[in-house]
Design a binder for this molecule. Structure first.
Ligand SMILES: [Zn+2]
Length: 448
């Protein structure tokens, strides 16, 4: 360990207690939101000299307005920042700046330190069911993020790193033909907020990214002379932004607050979206369904509206009716997160003839996104159901290793190897997991 890392480990140790509330943060996963994030940031990522498939913009459930980078290839945006952004261009300004930290190598490294942070699918009862089923102790060990989430609140980048990220962000916006207007608007908005509150909030963008008037002035000079300054916003992207913003607000806010922000009189798409979540959260499935139906009247084959309807039906105990809308949504998008929802609905019918389809759907989902512990959990249920104990054990091994429960992963992988035919793909996979988990268990033992 280098001295710096030792220091960081020491520092982390002392921050652990203080950082408790941070551990309550969860990562929000939603197919529509992730597709939107990829599309709105793709050109910026390319401008930063990286491959869009290697960089992901993800959402953390946290009401504070903040964003940060961690894990080398993730830009994390708080749900609070999305709720406070007025348009997609403001969000792009923030992402461009954060990409500047990645390209500049300003990444806080905490290799080897794993801490559980849960993953929440943008789904209500499903989340609870997953927790009950042990599927959502879901550690971020998977993405190599862990404690970095909590750390972001306490360690800010230096002023020099901030200005270099600002200038890099401005270059990416320019190369992507995006105006810097949103970035300026957002920084000014935050600055006003800090003035109003007198002191920066502990966990705010202003705290981790000190906003000086000077910083804003420098950016204004760079942005206004850029040919992209007057580029108008992209209306399709803007509409998608309003949708995911409404969806996130509906999902994370108290239902009363959502209904104040999106009153019944508002018949727009985002308002129906937000209210569908508010009603579903308040356990009014009929009202939630009527909002989903209003969306489907406007766009009968929109895969995300179909997903919403399927989700409400599934989570209010009507899995059979959820299958059709979810099937269509999966056929249209091939999105693994929606496929896992369909797999869950098929299994939840407890109808013998649905298990084969559930297996196909879940295997396809996992082939496209291996890092979904809940998908492995569901697949394990299918194997268990048809008496394939070794494969059920292998699915558990995958899930435990993903969430950082190494000794459970080792035990499950060993159990799988007992029943699998040596030399097969599944056997070799079990062997790999056993090897990696055993090493991790031993390393933990040594560290004590
Ligand atoms: Zn910064």
């Amino acid at each position: 360990m280098t001295r710096w890392l030792r220091l960081a480990a020491l520092l982390l140790g002392s921050l652990m207690l203080m950082a408790r509330p941070a551990l309550a943060q969860s990562i929000l996963r939603d197919a529509e939101t992730e597709a939107f994030m990829a599309d709105m940031s793709g050109d910026l990522v390319k401008a930063a000299g990286m491959q869009p498939r290697n960089v992901q913009v993800m959402v953390i459930n946290d009401p504070e307005i903040n964003a940060f980078v961690a894990g080398g290839q993730y830009v994390w945006v708080h749900s609070g920042l999305i709720a406070q952004a007025d348009n997609v261009n403001q969000l792009q300004g923030v992402v461009a700046h954060e990409l500047g930290h990645i390209e500049g190598g300003h990444v806080i490294r905490t290799d080897g330190i794993k801490e559980a942070t849960s993953i929440t699918l943008l789904s209500l009862v499903l989340g609870a069911a997953a927790i009950a089923a042990g599927g959502a102790e879901a550690g971020m060990g998977i993405m190599g993020l862990g404690q970095q989430v909590g750390m972001s609140k306490y360690l800010a980048f230096s002023r020099a790193q901030e200005s270099s990220a600002d200038l890099a962000g401005a270059r990416y916006l320019s190369a992507a033909h995006l105006s810097g207007k949103g970035s300026l608007e957002f920084f000014k908005k935050l600055q006003n907020q800090e003035y109003r509150l007198a002191i920066p909030q502990e966990n705010s963008y202003g705290r981790t990214h000190p906003l000086s008037g000077e910083r804003i002035n420098v950016l204004r000079e760079v942005y206004t002379v850029d040919p992209a300054w007057d580029t108008p916003p992209n209306p399709q992207l803007e509409a998608r932004f309003e949708r995911i913003k409404a969806k996130l607000i509906g999902f994370v806010s108290e239902p009363q607050q959502t209904l104040l922000k999106y009153p019944e009189s508002d018949r727009s798409i985002p308002a129906h979206y937000a209210r569908a979540y508010a009603w579903h959260k308040s356990a009014y499935p009929e009202r939630a369904l009527s909002e989903a139906d209003a969306l489907l009247t406007a766009a009968p084959h929109d895969p995300y509206f179909l997903e919403l309807k399927g989700q409400i039906l599934l989570e209010s105990g009507r899995p059979g009716e959820a299958i059709q809308p979810l099937r269509e949504a999966v056929a249209k998008t091939q999105q693994p997160l929606i496929a896992v929802l369909l797999g869950h609905a098929l299994i939840a019918t407890e109808d013998e003839k649905n298990y084969a389809e559930a297996e196909t759907v879940l295997r396809n989902a996992i082939a496209r996104d291996r890092e979904n512990p809940f998908a492995w959990y569901q697949l394990g249920v299918v194997y268990e159901h048809r008496g394939d104990t070794p494969r059920a054990a292998l699915a558990s091994a995958e899930r435990f290793s993903m969430i950082g429960q190494d000794s459970m992963a080792l035990r499950s992988a060993d159990a799988a190897m007992q029943g699998l035919k040596p030399g097969t793909v599944d056997y070799l996979r079990a062997q790999d997991i056993a090897m990696v988990s055993r090493a991790a268990v031993e390393q933990k033992r040594k560290r004590r």
